[in-house]
Design a binder for this molecule. Structure first.
Ligand SMILES: NC(=O)C1=CN([C@@H]2O[C@H](COP(=O)(O)OP(=O)(O)OC[C@H]3O[C@@H](n4cnc5c(N)ncnc54)[C@H](O)[C@@H]3O)[C@@H](O)[C@H]2O)C=CC1
Ligand SMILES: O=C(O)CCC(=O)C(=O)O
Length: 434
């Protein structure tokens, strides 16, 4: 099934992206204290390597010119090229890009990939632009970034409101800036491309599948079945939809969904494919789905359920709603959906959180497979992709759980410790910081 076209919210909702940098720094500092990170390496990892901000003009359909601001933050490349998505959203700014780039560094490190971390995007509301305008915006942005990205330097991918079409435009524009003999050899400048243009079969579902796998591993550890478990999902785009799809296949029941248009619920279960199909013909919005009741956005997270999957934006679970969450498990599909203060409340209440850098790492792992496929001139099949993904995710899950148990700490701190330790080791091995 294709990735749904998603339009951003059209009504006010609390989205406090401002605190994302403070959150990721608190998480980093607490893990660094725990592992007694080398002070020099701590200094390096606490800041971003490069921050690229570009203002570029684009001609609109009506002939006027609009200026857009795009960002690419390259946090760290000690383990390999910068890697991470590009987001098109009104909340994109330098602070959000910095925080998201840092999370990418920890995510790629934890997953054992030969990558560092980067992230970026354009501050814009894509619902206000035609497809032709979005294509021109993407191509101008890529052209503006061209000297700062590259298949062995910085490799963007899809994120909120970007998809395989966006990546195809980016690859095409980037390749056109290279000398003729090098053009097609550069298609792995981005991952998440359409399958006909170097993309990997399975990259579309990889993040949601990875979220599902983490939930399955958690249930197996508790000797519980997912059959009949109730779950709620915030964000019904690429990640939220696919996570729901795989959970439903395993017998779990979707009981509430929230997207940018609003929230819906049905305690008897919402059919994932029906909600998806409804949104497809409704500008990507779930609100108004006939077999559901509307739900106040404020009450979404307090819906009765076993599993809660935030798969939209950052800072969604906070001190305001954490006390009312009913789920036993938060599986973070989004990046930074739980802020540090909200997390303390959840942990005190005995709720397990599978942290973003572990839970949603299926996407970047599949991106790595796509990059290898392009680099080696291969075409991988879906079965191989899913099997390899499964194996890698299980390995990460087990390592994080084992570390958390051995150190009597929570899963996020464990994931951060493992991720930072791998980077520390690389710096030390190079002999730069005796
Ligand atoms: N696409 C990928 O492969 C990966 C995505 N992620 C993260 O997962 C999250 C979702 O990404 P995608 O599914 O790719 O994006 P998407 O653009 O496909 O979907 C985003 C969804 O969030 C909803 N949304 C937006 N604002 C909202 C709000 N204020 N309240 C409730 N819902 C809202 C949208 O309506 C849409 O349903 C992001 O945090 C992203 O960084 C993480 C790893 C990989
Ligand atoms: O696939 C990728 O390279 C990165 C995806 C991403 O942006 C993320 O994991 O947050």
């Amino acid at each position: 099934m294709a990735t749904m076209t998603v339009t951003p919210k059209n009504k006010p909702k609390k989205v406090a992206l401002k605190g994302m940098m403070e959150n990721v720094m608190e998480q980093f500092n607490s893990a660094s204290d725990q592992i007694e990170l080398h002070p020099n390496i701590r200094k390096i990892l606490a800041i971003t390597n490069n921050e690229i901000v570009v203002n570029f003009p684009v001609k609109m359909d009506d002939g006027t010119v609009e200026i857009f601001t795009g960002y690419r933050v390259q946090h760290n490349n000690a383990l390999g090229p910068y890697k991470g998505g590009l987001r098109y959203h009104p909340t994109v700014d330098i602070d959000a890009a910095r925080a998201l780039a840092m999370w990418m560094t920890w995510k790629t490190s934890l997953a054992g990939l030969p990558y560092g971390g980067g992230k970026g995007g354009i501050k814009l509301d894509p619902s206000k632009y035609s497809q032709a305008e979005l294509e021109r915006i993407t191509r101008r942005f890529t052209f503006a970034l061209a000297d700062n990205i590259g298949p062995e330097h910085d490799i963007p991918a899809p994120d909120v409101n970007t998809n395989s079409q966006t990546m195809a435009w980016m690859a095409d524009t980037y390749m056109s800036t290279r000398p003729p003999a090098e053009r097609t050899a550069n298609q792995h400048v981005v991952t998440g491309k359409p399958e006909g243009s170097g993309g990997l079969e399975g990259r579309d579902r990889a993040t949601g599948y990875g979220v599902f796998l983490n939930i399955k591993f958690w249930a197996e550890k508790k000797n519980e079945s997912l059959k009949g478990k109730k779950f709620i999902v915030q964000g019904f785009g690429n990640v939220g939809y696919w996570a729901s799809h795989f959970l439903e296949k395993e017998g779990a029941k979707l009981v509430a969904v929230q997207d940018a248009s609003g929230s819906i619920r049905n305690a008897n279960g919402l059919k994932v494919a029906d909600v998806f199909n409804y949104a497809q013909i409704n500008d990507g919005r779930i609100l108004g789905f006939p077999e559901a009741f509307d739900l106040d956005d404020e009450n979404f997270f307090s819906t009765e359920c076993d599993i809660c999957i935030p798969a939209a934006l950052g800072n969604q679970i906070t001190v305001e709603n954490a006390p009312n969450i009913k789920a036993q498990l938060i599986a973070e599909g989004a990046n930074g959906p739980t802020n540090v203060d909200g997390e303390k409340i959840l942990l005190d209440r005995g709720i397990t959180i599978i942290p973003d850098i572990l839970c949603n790492s299926g996407g970047v792992i599949a991106s790595y497979f796509e990059w290898l496929q392009n680099r080696n001139g291969e075409i991988w099949n879906l079965d191989d992709v899913m099997t390899k993904l499964d194996k890698k995710m299980k390995h990460s899950f087990d390592r994080v759980c084992a570390f958390a148990k051995a150190e009597s700490t929570d899963l996020r701190t464990a994931a951060f410790c493992l991720a930072i330790q791998r980077i520390e080791k690389a710096y030390i091995q190079r002999g730069i910081f005796p």
